[in-house]
Ligand binder design. Structure first.
Ligand code: MG
Length: 367
């Protein structure tokens, strides 16, 4: 991993601007752990005295999450106002201030968002894409589209649209009540995508270890790229048991909530592949550190969602694997991420290259 810069330009943070939108979506996000028919998103701007603003966002799954997230972020604003625009120093300061209450849950997500937006602002203040600040250079990675419908017919239709749009793979939401239903979904999408098209599967943690072992023994014949979160995310021993016996690589990591989780999971050899979540792991620096822990064990690292940001982080690692695009929050961006020939490469635009679509934001603004 490239050395992380310890300080930025001479710019200072002047405060945080926090907004919440509740987006309508064409297709609900269906998972084995519940369906989500609207998409609530928190938008954060780190404002600076350099005339640039850094952005970060978080899809909150449930509208009830917007209010506490907005409240916490607004309360963090006075703690960062006047600070030098150093993502690392700001992150350390906030974590130190919260040490006694503990950096968990929404508070942890809020601090991670501030760190991410600070990186974006630093890139803009210095005229560099974040990938360059990290010592990397733009590089393309294969990018898959997550197929958010669990109905086999609807999923095949979304799969065809994603292939036409140029995605390099498709991730299916598995973990239906029966193996037969999971197989019907895989068969339907396989027929639409063709024999050699990369397909992943995600159980979203709903199976017990014996159920997962039985289901995976059948799905193993389908040649999927990986099977994600077959059992409870923190059951590293159970994941390791499955990883040892499954033919299909096991993928986990999106529910690592700290570097300690990453270290524990890797030490337990809980999975063949890992995919830390940018916000849950604690921000951009934490994502890179988790990726580095994985690199030391020869474990490929993928991004869990957030392709806008992670496409800048991956080139700073030696073990970058796949980018994921779900796209539920696409409407808030002026130029949503799109693949080219199955892949995506970050641009040379300063920061993370994200620009808000203020018209859409104005239309769906709730606070
Ligand atoms: Mg997943």
């Amino acid at each position: 991993m490239a050395a992380l810069p310890s300080a930025g330009s001479s710019a200072r943070v002047t405060g945080l601007r926090v907004r919440a939108v509740h987006l309508e979506v064409k297709q609900a996000l269906e998972t084995a752990s519940g369906s989500f028919s609207t998409w609530p998103v928190v938008l954060l701007d780190v404002q600076t005295d350099a005339g640039v603003t850094g952005h970060a966002f978080l899809g909150c799954f449930l509208p009830m999450v917007l209010k506490p997230m907005v409240s916490i972020l607004n309360d963090l604003s006075p703690l960062v106002a006047g600070e030098s625009l150093s993502p690392t120093a700001i992150d350390r300061k906030l974590r130190a201030r919260m040490r006694l209450i503990g950096v968990h849950g929404f508070l942890a997500s809020a601090i991670a968002m501030v760190e991410i937006a600070a990186w974006d602002a630093l890139g803009k203040a210095t005229g560099q894409p974040v990938v360059r600040l990290l010592g990397g250079a733009p590089k393309s990675y294969p990018m898959y589209k997550t197929v958010v419908a669990m109905d086999p017919g609807k999923a095949a239709e979304l799969a065809r649209q994603a292939i036409d749009a140029g995605y390099g793979g498709l991730k299916l939401k598995l973990g239906a009540p029966t193996l037969r239903a999971d197989m019907a979904l895989i068969t339907s999408v396989r027929k639409a995508a063709g024999d050699d098209f990369p397909l992943m599967g995600d159980f979203n943690q709903v199976l017990s270890v014996p159920e997962a072992a039985e289901r995976i023994s059948v799905i193993d014949g389908e040649g999927l790229v990986w099977l994600e979160e077959p059992v409870a995310a923190r059951n590293y021993a159970g994941c390791a048991q499955l990883a040892r016996t499954a033919l299909t690589p096991i993928q986990i990591g999106e529910n690592w909530l700290s570097l300690e989780d990453a270290a524990d999971s890797l030490a337990a050899q809980a999975s063949d592949y890992v995919m830390p979540d940018l916000v849950k792991i604690g921000g951009a620096s934490a994502w890179l550190k988790a990726a580095t822990l994985a690199e030391a064990q020869g474990v490929p690292v993928s991004a869990h969602s957030f392709p806008e940001t992670c496409s800048h982080l991956m080139p700073a690692t030696g073990n970058g694997h796949w980018l994921e695009h779900v796209g539920m929050a696409d409407a808030v961006f002026r130029q949503p991420i799109r693949p080219t020939d199955g892949r995506y490469q970050c641009s040379e635009a300063p920061g993370f290259g994200m620009e808000w679509d203020e018209d859409t934001i104005g239309r769906f603004l709730v606070s």
